[in-house]
Design a protein around this ligand. Structure first.
Ligand code: ZN
Length: 240
């Protein structure tokens, strides 16, 4: 009996994790706290102009957020989010970050266990039209993997990586001049909260810089000069 009650409580807690009034209360309380801990001068520095240094294209997935990159991302990260961290579905926003705000870094951040990649690897024809439209763009990077025989976990993370590579490729085509002039670096990475790269959970694994994907070559790039070897070995990797 006790077991049944516990099971029912568990199911209940899953389906009603938070009621709407509690969600609104949380938003207001959090903001109250935020206002309390930030002085007028904090807002003064950016109230007239934003000056981010990263244009970020990441997945909308709730498990991926800017606080894994910056404790306080305000005025530092120009963030674009959509399902599958795609450029094609948000090129206007990416242009704004790169061409108007002139961020020196365009970071394309995929993540382990990406639902968009999983869906695009399978049959998503029953999804609503607008979801299909966005997932269709993942066809190109995933087409080579789709019918290959391997365990799904491997195929999934390889798909995430292939998608990041594809997005970097698109960015390089579009912003070729800026990259050549050294004004823009396109970084492809994976937020690995599952720990599939063997570096523990929650690491940002760098898999591609300006189209270079060989980890040994990547480690020699000047942009990693400030990192000790141990750190480079931990975060510059690929699943082949
Ligand atoms: Zn995702």
């Amino acid at each position: 009996m006790k077991r049944i009650v516990l099971a029912l409580l568990f199911i209940f807690s899953l389906s009603f994790a938070k009621d709407t009034a509690s969600i609104i209360e949380e938003i207001v309380k959090y903001d109250e706290d935020f206002v309390k801990h930030h002085s007028k001068s904090y807002f003064e520095q950016f109230k007239n102009k934003q000056k981010p240094y990263i244009t970020l294209v990441s997945c909308s997935d709730a498990r991926v957020h800017t606080n894994i990159i910056e404790k306080d991302p305000i005025n530092k990260i120009f963030a674009i989010r959509n399902i599958g961290n795609q450029l094609l579905t948000s090129f206007g926003s990416v242009d704004y970050g790169v061409l108007h705000l002139h961020t020196p870094v365009l970071l394309i951040l995929g993540h382990s266990h990406c639902g968009a990649v999983k869906a695009a690897l399978g049959d998503y024809s029953e999804e609503p039209f607008d979801i299909i439209k966005e997932l269709d763009h993942l066809f190109i990077p995933l087409s080579k993997l789709k019918n290959k025989h391997m365990d799904f976990e491997t195929k999934w993370i390889k798909g995430v990586q292939a998608n990041v590579d594809y997005q970097v490729e698109l960015a390089l085509k579009k912003y070729e001049e800026l990259v050549k002039e050294g004004k823009l670096t396109v970084v492809g990475a994976v937020d690995d909260f599952v720990g599939l790269y063997g570096s523990g959970e929650g690491r940002i694994i760098i898999v591609n810089v300006n189209g270079e994907t060989n980890p040994e070559k990547l480690k020699k790039l000047p942009i990693f000069n400030k990192l000790p070897k141990k750190e480079k070995d931990l975060i510059i990797k690929r699943i082949n």
